[in-house]
Structure formats: C-alpha cells, structure tokens
Design a protein. Structure first.
Length: 269
C-alpha cells in the first residue's frame, strides 16, 4: 500500500511538472504573439527628416552641388555591396553576415551622388551632438576603401564651395586643364595619354583637397580627445584618464528613432 501511495505521489508530481511546463510554454507564446501583433492604431507621429542646422547645410550642399543629387540620411548599406573574394560560399556568407552586423544602422547625414545614382561623397554634420571619433574613423576608412570622399562640416562655418567640389569631384581649374591640353597639342596620338594624365591629376586634386578639408576636423577631434582625457580620477583627484583602445568597430550607433536629435515640432521656414 505504501509503494502504491509513493507511486501515485510521484505520478502526481510528474503530471504537475509537465502541466506547469506546458502552461509556461503557452504563456511565452502568447507573450511573443502580443509583441508581434500589429497595433490597431500606430502610436506614431510624423516628424521632420532634418533639424534646423541640417536644413541649412542641406540648402548649402544643393547650391554647391547643383549638378548632383543630395540625399538625406541614406544608410551606407544602400550603396555598398560585399566583395566576394573566397570561392567558399559558406565563408562568404559568414563574412557578409559580419559586415551586415557591423554596418547595420550606419548612415551619413548627407550623401552626394550623380544624377544617375553614383555616390561621390558623404557629409556628416558637426554640432551639439558631434560625430564620435570612432564613428568618424570608421566612416573615413570604410568610404575611402570604396573610393568615396567623406568629411564633416559645421552649419555655422561651412567650407567654400570650390573646396568641397575639389574634394568630392577633383575639379581642376579650367586654366590648368586648358594649359595641359595646349601642351599636349591637338594630335590624336596624345589623347589617350592626356586622358590618363587628367585622371591622375583629378585623383591627386581630390586627395589633396579632401586632406585639407578634414584638417580642421582632425585638429578639433584631437583637442576634444585631449580635453576628455583630463578629468577627475575615481578617488576625487585630478589626473589623466586612460585612452580608449577599444576596437573602432565596437560602436553603439545612436538611434535617432529612440533618441531623437531634434525635438522641434514646428515646420522649417
């Protein structure tokens, strides 16, 4: 009789445990379904795509690159694509997934492209919420490897239009181009060399102009980094903080949907 009682008790415990697990699994499914359920009325409102400062820079860029299109807050993933070097499809798949993880959410404030959709340069706005050093370095190296110019500008002090066009388009003054053509002469045998010479000249002009354009940004970033390194230690004394040697890709990208950079409710004027 005691054995039967023990078996019944154990059976009851087992049934209760199984029932509890099933109920918990059902509760989890219901919770997940509630998360994925489309709301009857979306708790959202329309907001402007740009802040007041961004709007000013946008107008300036449209005037500067009047023969190009200026796109707003375009994701980097939209105009880049992985280069598949390995023959192994699985390795390529893993690398592509890693790139997607790294670049998901990365965008620049403005993207300048030709009218047929070829990106020539990207611009970030420097302001109250400045571009972090890690973010700027990532974008500089990423876009440079893709042959795309990148710089940051201040709404209160933008560079000259000629400096921007030289950095992004490699424009050479007309008198220099005319001088090169006259030096080569009108012989058709020199046309190929002239074209090659012009391409090299354009690339050199772009590189030099972009370096000059970013000089101020790099100086300000270095000064800001030095200022951040001088502070108070944990014991209350003053001293130098350790430099940040973390991976440049380990960046928590700001999400303007969760933390809007602009709370301006009014329309732009």
């Amino acid at each position: 009789m005691n054995l039967i009682s023990w078996l019944m008790a154990l059976l009851g415990i087992a049934v209760g445990a199984i029932g509890g697990v099933l109920l918990y699994a059902r509760w989890l499914r219901q919770k997940d379904s509630e998360k994925l359920r489309i709301p009857h009325k979306w708790p959202l409102a329309v907001r402007g795509m740009v802040t007041n400062d961004e709007h000013e820079v946008w107008k300036w860029l449209r005037n500067t690159f009047h023969d190009h299109a200026v796109m707003v807050k375009l994701p980097v993933l939209r105009f880049t694509i992985p280069v598949e070097k390995d023959k192994d499809k699985e390795k390529n798949k893993e690398k592509n997934a890693r790139l997607l993880e790294l670049l998901n959410g990365v965008y620049t404030t403005f993207t300048i492209c030709t009218l047929d959709g070829k990106v020539v340069g990207c611009v970030d706005l420097r302001g109250k919420r400045d571009v972090s050093r890690a973010s700027r370095q990532l974008k500089e190296t990423l876009l440079s490897d893709c042959g795309i110019a990148y710089t940051t500008v201040k709404a209160s002090r933008p560079p000259t239009a000629s400096a921007m066009r030289a950095a992004f388009l490699g424009e050479i003054p007309e008198e220099l181009a005319q001088e090169a053509e006259e030096t080569r002469g009108g012989d058709s045998s020199f046309h190929a060399d002239l074209e090659s010479f012009t391409k090299q000249r354009v690339k050199a002009a772009k590189d030099a102009a972009l370096k000059e354009l970013n000089k101020e940004t790099q100086q300000e970033a270095a000064q800001a980094a030095a200022t951040r390194d001088i502070g108070f230690t944990s014991d209350g004394g003053s001293g130098l903080r350790g430099s940040d040697n973390s991976d440049r890709f380990a960046v928590q990208w700001e999400d303007s949907f969760i933390q809007p950079a602009d709370t301006r409710p009014a329309r732009l004027e």
